[in-house]
Design a protein around this ligand. Structure first.
Ligand code: KMH
Ligand code: ZN
Length: 271
């Protein structure tokens, strides 16, 4: 079994400081949180940028500052979002791809997203896939629903996505697939054998899904984008606290933690 890749999803587009007072928002805060998570065992950082007033933004200038500040501290893999917020235009969402990051997210389908809709038509999916292919950016395929796997495999058939594919099962989004263990098993059985995968359980699903993924050979994403609590009724004090717990559990289960360069090798990142 490969070493465990832990991704820290620090900020997201939806969470507010009112909900989670320790939410990192400015480039400096996000870079410091990324460094703390790196020290706790994370090898990938999934980034959503915010404007100075806290609004989610896909402006490449803000992402560039975040990436620069992180790179001054450590070599964690910088993985910006192309999902942005549900109201961002396709053009806005693609902002961080102009920075040619090593990795970025790619959502391969539309679903309900709380009271909103996270819209990804075939045209949008192929637009981002082509952009990432031509820039040699490793996509992390965001799977909120089972059908998104088929859409990703269609991209492979069309030559827009190069296997082995790396999937992220984002389970428990209100309005999309729930985050029960059975849901994770179903997803894992539905992907090609040479794939890699990680799981991002939303809210109360985060820890149980992570704990199951570790002995299954999967990888794990945690952080305030997905879950702001340490346990029921108790807010986490930092993103790093959530990463530290996964590192601890993995060690107890005998799974070693991947460094950023080991994660690059596992994911086939050659930039
Ligand atoms: N904020 C969601 C609407 C991604 O980062 O690629 C989309 C999202 C997925 O978070
Ligand atoms: Zn995201």
């Amino acid at each position: 079994m490969s070493k465990l890749i832990i991704t820290a999803a620090l900020t997201g587009a939806e969470v507010t400081r009112v909900q989670q007072p320790a939410l990192p928002l400015t480039p400096g805060e996000i870079a410091q949180a990324a460094y703390d998570c790196y020290n706790a065992g994370a090898s990938v950082v999934h980034v959503h940028a915010r404007e100075i007033d806290g609004r989610p933004t896909q402006r490449k200038e803000v992402y560039a500052e975040i990436r620069e500040r992180i790179a001054e501290k450590c070599n964690i893999i910088f993985q910006p979002s192309t999902g942005g917020a549900v109201w961002h235009t396709v053009q806005e969402r693609g902002g961080p791809l102009e920075l040619d990051p090593e990795m970025a997210t790619l959502s391969t389908g539309t679903c309900n997203f709380g009271d909103d809709v996270f819209f990804n038509s075939q045209e949008i999916i192929e637009h981002f896939a082509l952009e990432m292919l031509s820039r040699k950016i490793k996509p992390e395929i965001e799977i909120f629903e089972r059908g998104r796997i088929e859409n990703a495999l269609r991209l492979v058939k069309k030559g827009l996505l190069v296997p082995p594919v790396h999937f992220d099962f984002v389970l428990g989004v209100p309005g999309a697939c729930p985050g029960n263990i059975e849901d994770l098993l179903y997803m894992v059985r539905s992907i090609p054998q040479d794939s890699t995968w990680t799981v991002a359980g939303i809210g109360r699903y985060e820890l149980p899904l992570a704990v199951h993924a570790i002995p299954m050979g999967g990888h794990v994403r945690v952080g305030f984008e997905d879950n702001i609590y340490y346990r029921k009724g108790e807010l986490a004090i930092s993103n790093a606290q959530l990463v530290e717990r996964i590192t601890r559990v993995a060690k107890e289960l005998g799974r070693e933690i991947a460094s950023p360069d080991e994660a690059r090798a596992i994911l086939g990142i050659r930039k």
